[in-house]
Design a protein around this ligand. Structure first.
Ligand SMILES: NC(=O)c1ccc[n+]([C@@H]2O[C@H](COP(=O)([O-])OP(=O)(O)OC[C@H]3O[C@@H](n4cnc5c(N)ncnc54)[C@H](O)[C@@H]3O)[C@@H](O)[C@H]2O)c1
Length: 360
């Protein structure tokens, strides 16, 4: 067990990230007095008994779907809070993955112009990446993550036990963001991750050290640029084409897997644009191929649809897309590129000859 904690600096108030092995004795009752719980439906089903102390407080059950991660979902939670007597000094405790987190952050920000919230992330993605940084987004009219706020939690508690019941797909997807943070972070973390994979593969073993390093990699960025004015944009690495693929697949391809595709594609373009070192491109591609062998997706993917999707991306400005592109490990730069037919041709070449996954 890791005994120390991370303290994340935020202009809204610093907050600790605690690491805990099991669910037992998470909170004392006096701490829970003013709390209202927002919990993922499946987490409730699996861990309801173990969480009975927390669940003695009123709780709202979140449908973990992108359809529920909307203003409609937000409205239902807010009405529930009012009906159950939550006041300005109340505290929200959110238990679940990124969907529950996004909803809880949004609600905590708008309820009486802001209430405290505590987060217990339960997926690998949320434990190793999204639980810090305080960003959130909900979907609008079928478009992903269109509305959002930044509202820091007062505490994050990472309980390793939650990972035991995560599906293989969710686990492999969670590793996608860890791979990303290993490239945007230090060489040391990249080496640590490779060592970890050598010993454990993509298995649910000895994860706390990797989760901690992954969070430190993100912490180094968000503490310098909390509101994504500049540096924080490096964390968008892989996300432009990743989000496009998620949309085209109608979210049948999990987020973390989609961004692995996005990273490999932008690395490929980076090599063509003389930004990315070819050695790094090949090294990263081979690493992903080793751990995500033979992935086939029944998605009809073509360069035109990818271009059409990125034209809708919020990072588009005046016909230009701002891409986060690695020169090498730990050296990510933001470059604007025009989105035109030439880019579409290059993407087609990638899909025809270099794609990391198979699409049919
Ligand atoms: N706010 C941010 O910074 C941020 C960052 C990345 C992604 N996101 C958002 O997060 C969402 C994806 O989140 P996610 O991948 O963490 O998962 P999720 O919340 O979508 O949950 C995935 C599935 O895992 C189940 N689940 C959760 N915990 C479990 C556990 N311990 N055992 C068994 N099943 C469990 C859920 O019920 C659900 O079926 C997307 O909507 C994405 O846009 C937000």
């Amino acid at each position: 067990m890791i005994k120390d904690e991370l303290i994340i600096k935020s202009s809204q108030g610093d907050y600790p990230v605690r690491f805990i092995e099991t669910i037992n004795n998470l909170y004392q009752e006096d701490y829970l007095n003013q709390s209202f719980i927002i919990i993922d439906k499946n987490v409730l089903q699996i861990y309801g008994k173990k969480l009975s102390k927390i669940l003695s407080r009123p709780y709202f059950v979140v449908e973990p779907t992108e359809e529920f991660k909307t203003l409609e979902g937000v409205g239902k939670i807010v009405e529930w809070l009012i009906d159950n007597g939550a006041i300005k000094s109340s505290q929200i405790i959110a238990i679940g993955g990124g969907i529950t987190q996004d909803l809880a952050t949004f609600v905590s920000h708008i309820y009486y112009r802001g209430v405290r919230w505590v987060y217990l992330p339960t997926t690998l993605l949320s434990q190793s990446d999204s639980c810090i940084g305080a960003k959130c987004a909900v979907n609008l009219k079928g478009h992903k993550n269109q509305l959002g706020v930044i509202h820091s939690p007062s505490e994050v508690v990472i309980v390793e036990e939650f990972l035991n019941t995560l599906s293989n797909d969710e686990f492999r997807s969670g590793f996608g963001e860890i791979f990303k943070l290993s490239v945007t972070g230090s060489r040391q973390f990249f080496s640590q991750l490779k060592e970890h994979l050598n010993q454990n593969g993509l298995q649910n073993k000895n994860m706390l050290q990797v989760i901690r390093s992954s969070l430190i990699s993100k912490q180094e960025v968000i503490e310098l640029d909390e509101y994504e004015k500049d540096l924080r944009r490096v964390l968008n690495y892989g996300h432009t084409f990743g989000h496009a693929l998620e949309s085209i697949s109608k979210h049948t391809i999990p987020h973390g897997i989609a961004i692995l595709f996005g990273m490999d594609l932008i690395n490929y373009l980076g090599v063509i644009w003389n930004i990315t070192k070819e050695d790094f491109y090949l090294h990263f591609k081979n690493l992903i191929k080793e751990y995500y062998k033979d992935l086939n997706f029944e998605v009809n993917l073509n360069s035109k649809d990818l271009i059409n999707e990125i034209l809708k991306d919020k990072k588009m400005y005046d016909g230009y897309m701002y891409f986060a592109i690695p020169k090498n490990i730990g050296e990510i730069i933001i470059i604007k590129k025009i989105v035109d037919e030439d880019l579409q041709i290059k993407i087609k070449e990638y899909l025809d000859n270099e794609s990391i996954f198979n699409f049919s």
